[in-house]
Design a protein around this ligand. Structure first.
Ligand SMILES: [Ca+2]
Ligand SMILES: [Ca+2]
Length: 170
């Protein structure tokens, strides 16, 4: 018996043409570029959100640090606007005006301890007496019972968040 040779009926596989390959390369390239671009934008937005929430946290640290302090120094009263001469570190500050023009880098926490992990942030504090009938209007130091504290958070020389609040002398 003779064996019949069965010829394959499957046609020989045709390769892709050069044009098809080039088209595929271009399409995949566009898709990758879009993905990379979207990812970059997402990273930027995410980074900004992290910076903002850190700034809010650093403002709150100053608010809590100063919230229990008297408006004027318990010993010298209104003699000095700013830290008294023996108060050389933030840990020694014992009244609100001690914080005027203070700049903390690294920022400090509620117990006046440096937060070294946040070294790119600075807390800038301003303390002003304001007019009781117009709390937006600053007046001369120690000439009213109302004090406005302003904290600006700066990151890499750029202000990113700020907050002000009023305290009264009682
Ligand atoms: Ca003081
Ligand atoms: Ca003082």
């Amino acid at each position: 018996m003779k064996k019949h040779l069965i010829r394959s009926r499957v046609p020989a596989a045709k390769g892709f043409t050069l044009v098809e390959i080039l088209m595929a390369v271009v399409i995949i390239g566009i898709a990758i570029a879009a993905l990379v671009g979207a990812n970059g934008a997402f990273t930027q937005v995410n980074g900004a959100a992290v910076s903002l929430s850190t700034a809010e946290f650093l403002i709150e640290e100053i608010r809590e640090l100063t919230t229990m302090l008297p408006v004027v120094d318990p010993e010298s009263g209104i003699d000095t606007f700013g830290p008294e001469s023996d108060e050389t570190t933030v840990a020694a500050y014992d009244d609100l005006d001690d914080f005027d023009n203070a700049s903390f880098c690294p920022p400090v926490d509620v117990s006046a301890t440096a937060l070294t992990g946040f070294g790119s942030f600075t807390q800038q504090v301003t303390v002003e007496n304001v007019d009781p009938s117009s709390l937006e209007t600053p007046v001369a130091d120690h000439t009213s019972d109302f004090v406005r504290i302003t904290v600006v958070i700066v990151q890499n020389n750029r202000p990113i968040s700020s907050a002000s609040w009023i305290r009264t002398r009682y």
